[in-house]
Design a binder for this molecule. Structure first.
Ligand code: UDP
Length: 462
């Protein structure tokens, strides 16, 4: 019988913010129940982690291993070979050595939890005879889509180049190509899909698949996957602050420019605009949005604009001349904010979001309606969920040639803030906010899934 404080779990993730964050959140849920968690990622993320996340996580150890690629080489530019060549070869060796070293210090891991981007870790787990679990860090819907894509070879059946073709996935509404994760589209570079497909092809190696979602919002999909390979939602994996579970705010600053500014705005008066940690707005998108915001003097906004380039060479568009001056009394532009706190602020009316899965869970947990403006990867599917399944917003669409029209922005802002369906969307968002809290409370569906897992790795009920 393993004693409570001797139960160790190892988590392994790539260095992306959107991958590590949910792992850390899950780790915290486990440590609060007496499990010891070690999170291992590549050396490349060492500084970022030790300067940021680690400070906030007293009961979680961080460990690092070499990915095999030259330290000076750009990870984004070499992502294909990193994912498909270096990590499955050097990562396996180096992670395995790390586990030996940790075992030498007395850590015996009862389980390794990975996410879907590091399938090679299952080889390490087998070498060390450690059971594996996966945390699916996207929606359960994308889990279902990738599962059926792989098993039915849907790429052959699907007319992925036909924008009007209707795709049927068990447990989901009818989908068009614009609703699918971009990785399955012919226009996407193959390495992302290859990695996810490798993961799907070895699902049998995982004793548990956890979802960062919660059952109420994805019930039909979760049920439909029971007959294939079940997914157990344990979320929403958002900051504890959003679920009011009483934990102190992570990394709380004394003065917060955004929150101070929001304190001075009226209730439900501010449009919050943010595209996550990677996506940016081009010159024409920036101009169109700026014009839409400027056109109505009653429009208040908090706009997160990352300056400069993102890792893929895209460059944030410049604001039109005079915009800052003309809107200074009703708008605030910042390079980054504490999104969980912002979304929970009573001044927020709606969220113009790129529909990253973390942002999606956060807006649902805060009960804030959305203008969904997806960019790539799972974001189109999340937009479909937000608009047609959760019914908390509208989708902002590009016109031909990828341009975003000012009229379209105008239409969406009006629809979500004052339109005929605005109230219904807010009511629906509030309903999900309540359900999110319930799922994570004692006796709630997500809470039960975590308890069952802990009992299993502690050797009870297995
Ligand atoms: N975020 C934040 N401040 C910002 C923008 C984003 O704290 O100004 C956080 C946001 O709360 C979320 C994460 O960054 O937890 C972004 O993750 P998401 O999955 O939404 O998008 P990604 O960055 O992976 O595209």
């Amino acid at each position: 019988m393993v004693h409570i404080h001797d139960t160790h779990v190892l988590m392994v993730s790539l260095f992306y913010h959107g991958h590590i964050n949910p792992m850390v959140r899950y780790a915290k849920l486990l440590t609060s129940r007496g499990i010891h968690v070690t999170i291992a990622t590549t050396n490349h993320a060492r500084d970022q982690i030790l300067n940021g996340l680690a400070k906030q996580s007293d009961f979680i150890d961080f460990e690092f291993f070499d990915d095999g690629l030259d330290a000076e080489l750009d990870r984004e530019k070499n992502l294909g070979i990193l994912l498909e060549e270096y990590l499955p070869r050097d990562g396996v060796k180096n992670l395995s050595n790390l586990i030996y070293a940790l075992e030498g210090k007395g850590k015996k891991f009862e389980c390794i939890i990975v996410n879907c981007f590091v399938p090679w870790v299952t080889n390490v787990a087998m070498m060390h005879n450690i059971p594996c679990a996966m945390l699916w860090v996207q929606s359960c819907a994308t889990y279902g889509i990738y599962y059926h894509y792989f098993h039915q070879k849907l790429s052959q059946v699907f007319a992925l180049n036909d924008p009007n073709h209707i795709f049927t996935i068990p447990g989901l509404p009818l989908l068009k190509a614009e609703d699918l994760p971009t990785f399955v589209l012919p226009s996407s570079p193959p390495h992302f899909l290859n990695v996810v497909m490798t993961t799907i092809s070895i699902l049998d190696r995982f004793q548990w698949i956890f979802g960062s979602s919660f059952c109420d919002i994805e019930e039909t999909l979760v049920h439909s996957m029971m007959q294939f390979k079940p997914i157990l939602p344990i979320g929403p994996l958002v900051s504890p602050y959003m679920l009011n579970v009483g934990e102190a705010l992570e990394g709380e600053e004394e003065n917060d420019l955004c929150l101070d500014w929001l304190d001075k705005q009226g209730a439900s008066s501010v449009i919050y605009i943010a595209l996550g940690s990677i996506s940016i707005m081009s010159q024409s998108e920036t101009e169109a949005l700026a014009m839409a915001l400027e056109s109505d003097s009653n429009r208040r906004f908090l706009w997160v604009r990352k300056e400069g380039e993102n890792g893929w060479g895209g460059k944030t568009g410049e604001l039109p001349k005079g915009f800052l001056e003309n809107t200074k009394d009703r708008g605030l532009i910042v390079p980054w904010c504490r999104q969980d706190k912002v979304l929970m602020h009573p001044a927020i009316k709606c969220f113009l979001t790129h529909c990253g899965w973390n942002s999606t869970l956060e807006t649902i947990s805060a009960g804030v309606p959305v203008i969904a403006y997806p960019d790539w990867t799972d974001q189109p599917t999340n937009a479909k969920l937000l608009v047609d399944v959760f019914k908390v917003g509208v989708r902002m669409k590009k016109i031909k040639d990828g341009e975003l029209g000012r009229d379209e922005i105008e239409r969406c802002i009006v629809e979500v803030t004052t339109g005929q369906r605005a109230l219904a969307m807010k009511e629906q968002a509030t309903k999900w906010k309540v359900a999110a809290k319930k799922a994570t409370s004692s006796g709630g569906s997500s809470n039960m899934n975590i308890e069952n897992f802990i009992n299993a790795i502690r050797g009870k009920f297995v």
